[in-house]
Design a binder for this molecule. Structure first.
Ligand code: TMP
Length: 211
């Protein structure tokens, strides 16, 4: 399928407590109202095998996991998800809304864990073979504000990466700033410190311009 005929592929990225879930619900509702068929899916996960890999990666008992093992597992989960679910959807003309995608690996494994963005891009390009989103919305939240929000949400599943401190979350933000410089056309920053209604308005504005 030629790039210009492909349905819109969107990914949502950001640190913890940025409001990703509400943003994704809003995008899905917006696309449904416009009668644009789409799927919403998440990484790591999205299909049975990749959800199992997710459980291995994010298990709170797996603290001894090596950073490269982790990066390879994220890429493996991504590959399976792409082949089994995302590409078939795209081939039938459906838009895709990703709750995290390849940029999460560039940031968390490449930048924050220190494996290097280039090295992590390499293993991911092996996995995705050029399948980058058309639009990536980076929900940029100040780490202190994001952590405050997740601490106030008792229902949220706590994973291995949530056990990291403020320093980690600051590095995550720095990592996103770094990759924004590398993909200025694709990645759009949304100020997620703002009230949720304002964040959602900004998101809908970006999507509206592209459908
Ligand atoms: P979630 O909390 O948004 O579901 O994401 C799960 C965690 O996995 C989150 O802390 C970010 C992390 N992650 C990576 O480190 N690399 C990746 O490639 C992906 C997709 C997620």
């Amino acid at each position: 399928m030629k790039e210009n005929q492909r349905p819109l592929i969107i990914s949502i990225e950001g640190g913890e407590g940025a409001g990703k879930s509400s943003v994704i619900d809003t995008i899905s509702r917006f696309l449904s109202e416009k009668q644009i068929s789409h799927i919403v899916t998440r990484e790591p996960g999205g299909v049975r095998i990749s959800e199992k890999i997710r459980d291995i990666i994010l298990n709170k008992e797996h603290l001894e996991m090596d950073a490269k093992t982790e990066a390879l597992l994220f890429a493996a989960a991504r590959r399976q998800h792409l082949i089994e679910k995302v590409l078939p959807a795209v081939q039938t003309g459906k838009c895709v809304v990703f709750d995290r995608f390849v940029d999460s690996s560039l940031v968390y494994q490449g930048y924050v864990r220190g494996l290097g963005i280039e090295a992590v891009r390499g293993i991911n390009e092996f996995a995705i073979e050029g399948f980058y989103p058309d639009l990536t919305l980076f929900l940029d939240v100040t780490p202190e504000i994001g952590l405050d929000r997740i601490n106030q949400n008792p229902d949220r599943e706590v994973n291995k990466l949530d056990l990291e401190g403020l320093h980690f979350h600051k590095k995550v933000r720095e990592g996103y700033y770094e990759i924004m410089k590398q993909y200025p056309e694709r990645i759009v920053r949304i100020d997620a410190d703002k009230a949720l209604e304002d964040v959602l308005l900004a998101v809908v504005k970006e999507i509206e311009q592209r459908v």
